[in-house]
Design a protein around this ligand. Structure first.
Ligand code: ATP
Ligand code: MG
Length: 283
């Protein structure tokens, strides 16, 4: 015979098992992770799981920990407490095989656009994490480069020097470089900043297509809340702490946004997703 107490205990056990199962299915899992730069807290007690194939928009004001969040996934910074697991691995070795499954487009890219290399050579650099720095690329690597350039519609510019391409085209080359790694997860840190509105939309369409066709898991950091809320499955709202994570319409509420961006938040209805205007905010 089971008492109500037993039933309660049983259901909480089942729930625990379910939670545990869903946690092991996560491709990325932050568990009470706190990250410091010397004595400054950049991320405080963040718990969040990312499931395979999700498209996540990461938003928050300047200095809110968005880039740190991506760096923690890449193992460039490690939590002082809690853990960050990628593909169920929590080691902090940078050259961990699991990290090779993650492609990354940094916030400001290190490649000088005037550096005398062609678009194809820039994309080939994305292969070095796989082929090793001091080995020669094989035929297969060149084929992957061509495939990556084709995916961003720039195959015709393969031999064009990077410095002769427009800002939007250069950004597409950088996306191709991350794709040439054949990643399962793609991290993009403000890939549309400083680019005109039509090109921003073109890049967003490209990422959405790659997400769909290649079944990539995508984490997309941006300040453009209205652009990302149209395409992301979930938004993650950071300001050192994780303020909210969920479908855009659930995260973009006046109360939540006011807590993070201050009181100068304007919300208007726009189809099903709210349209958000936030004042300039500096942390
Ligand atoms: N290398 C570093 N050394 C010391 N402090 C750092 C370093 N990188 C970031 N920080 C600090 O950590 C906090 C989070 O920075 P982070 O770059 O993650 O913010 P962000 O949300 O990406 O901001 P932005 O929107 O301006 O790109 C900030 O207070 C920042 O000053
Ligand atoms: Mg940043």
């Amino acid at each position: 015979m089971t008492t109500p107490g037993d039933a309660k205990q049983q259901s909480s056990v089942t729930l625990d098992a379910r939670q545990r199962l869903s946690a092991t299915l996560d491709v990325i899992r932050f568990e009470h992770a706190t990250i410091l730069y010397r004595d400054r807290i950049a991320l405080d007690n963040v718990t969040l799981g990312v499931r395979p194939g999700e498209f996540i928009g990461v938003i928050g004001p300047n200095g809110s920990g968005k880039t740190t969040f991506l760096k923690a996934i890449l193992g460039l910074v490690s939590p002082v407490s809690g853990s960050v697991r990628v593909f169920d691995c929590a080691c902090d070795r940078l050259r961990c095989e699991h990290r090779a499954r993650i492609g990354y487009l940094p916030q400001k890219d290190l490649v000088d656009p005037h550096f005398p290399i062609t678009a194809a050579e820039a994309v080939l650099m994305g292969r070095y994490s796989t082929i090793g720095l001091f080995r020669y690329p094989h035929k297969a690597d060149h084929a992957i480069v061509r495939e990556a350039l084709a995916a961003v519609d720039l195959l015709s510019e393969a031999r064009t020097p990077l410095g002769e391409l427009s800002g939007g085209q250069q950004q597409r080359v950088m996306i191709a470089r991350a794709l040439a790694q054949r990643p399962e997860v793609l991290l993009l840190d403000e890939p549309t900043t400083g680019i005109d509105a039509p090109t921003q939309h073109a890049i967003m369409d490209l990422i959405t297509r790659l997400h769909r066709d290649l079944r990539l898991t995508i984490l997309f950091v941006t300040h453009d809340i209205n652009l990302i809320s149209q395409v992301a499955d979930r938004l993650v709202l950071l300001k050192t702490r994780l303020f909210a994570a969920g479908p855009p319409a659930q995260v973009l509420t006046r109360d939540t946004l006011a807590q993070v961006y201050g009181k100068d938040v304007v919300l208007a209805d726009h189809d099903k997703t709210p349209y958000v205007i936030v004042g300039d905010h500096h942390a």
